[in-house]
Design a protein around this ligand. Structure first.
Ligand code: ZN
Length: 311
């Protein structure tokens, strides 16, 4: 009975979070993710740090001597696979699960991690958004995450989470991808988990509806570049492992997109006229090549963000 209820909750959360993560019609019409085909693939980053790629945002694992710290929990249905992949690396318990933001492709596994004993850590706005999610793409009301999925250890601007042998430094970046973003730095291993402030392969999402903004994305990316050093390994929210050079290239893309779209706004173009002008055509060569929902959405989100900051 209990297991059935958990499954129902997990399934409901997955459905909710997929919707919450894909705020546009084009993406909703795209192929459905077949979770049964997902494989969890770990990459050893040295000093007990691993990047694990599965379904949803990238996961980072830090192995201490008395427990584990995990950053981001992917979609709910892949939890058993993620748990197994972590178990292959270490049999120690997950003491802390850090959410970089509230989106379901990063928090889907929250309830399962919590049930297995992890304390969920996030910026305070993540707890608010999971409890009281914004409306979906067609205006349908958001559905609250189950109680176990809500972070119980929240912070405002900076905090530190430790297990024996691993320390995670959490920094909040305001109004960037969402209103509750966290960048996580592991100094011993010299690894940064950026959440969705940085992507290494395609245009990012900006959740303008909850206070995300292009200017916050740019500020957050600059913050990432100030952390660590030239050798820092960077786990982006989505895409392959990257480094400072990759993040600098991404920052240039964000700054260029902002400038080109601001120019369209200054010329009095409506959002649809801006899209018709294809101002990002040169950037598309690299950043639209991988496809995905934000190829079409990104210019609109930058436009909407800039318009909102003017009003
Ligand atoms: Zn996200």
């Amino acid at each position: 009975m209990k297991r059935t209820m958990l499954l129902a909750l997990t399934t409901a959360l997955a459905a909710l979070t997929i919707n919450a993560t894909i705020p546009n019609r084009a993406a909703a019409q795209g192929p459905r993710l077949d979770f049964s085909k997902v494989q969890e693939t770990p990459t050893d980053l040295g000093h007990g740090l691993y990047m694990i790629v599965g379904a949803g945002g990238n996961t980072t694992l830090a192995v201490g001597t008395d427990g584990l710290i995990v950053v981001d929990a992917q979609f709910a249905p892949v939890y058993p696979k993620l748990k197994a992949a972590i178990g292959q690396i270490s049999s120690l318990p997950v003491k802390y699960l850090i959410n970089t933001h509230y989106h379901g492709d990063h928090t889907g596994g929250n309830a399962d991690f919590a049930r297995d004993g992890a304390t969920i850590v996030a910026q305070v706005n993540v707890a608010k958004r999971l409890r009281n999610p914004p409306p979906g793409p067609n205006g349908q009301p958001g559905r609250a995450a189950p109680a176990e999925a809500i972070p119980t250890r929240t912070y405002t601007t900076h905090t530190t989470i430790s297990v024996q042998g691993q320390r995670a430094e959490l920094t909040h970046v305001p109004n960037a991808h969402t209103d509750g973003d966290t960048v996580v730095y592991f100094p011993a291993a010299n690894v940064i988990s950026t959440g969705d402030i940085v992507g290494s392969e395609s245009y990012p999402n900006i959740d303008v509806a909850v206070g995300g903004s292009i200017d916050g994305m740019i500020a957050g990316t600059r913050e990432v570049l100030r952390m660590g050093n030239a050798d820092t390994k960077i786990v982006p929210g989505h895409g392959h492992l990257t480094d400072k050079a990759g993040v600098r290239e991404y920052l240039t893309m964000l700054e260029t997109a902002r400038r080109l779209i601001a120019r369209e706004i200054a010329a009095g173009k409506t959002e649809d006229q801006m899209v018709a002008d294809k101002p990002l055509a040169a950037l598309d060569v690299k950043w639209a090549a991988a496809g995905g929902p934000f190829v079409a959405r990104f210019p609109r989100l930058v436009y909407e963000s800039l318009k909102k900051s003017q009003s």
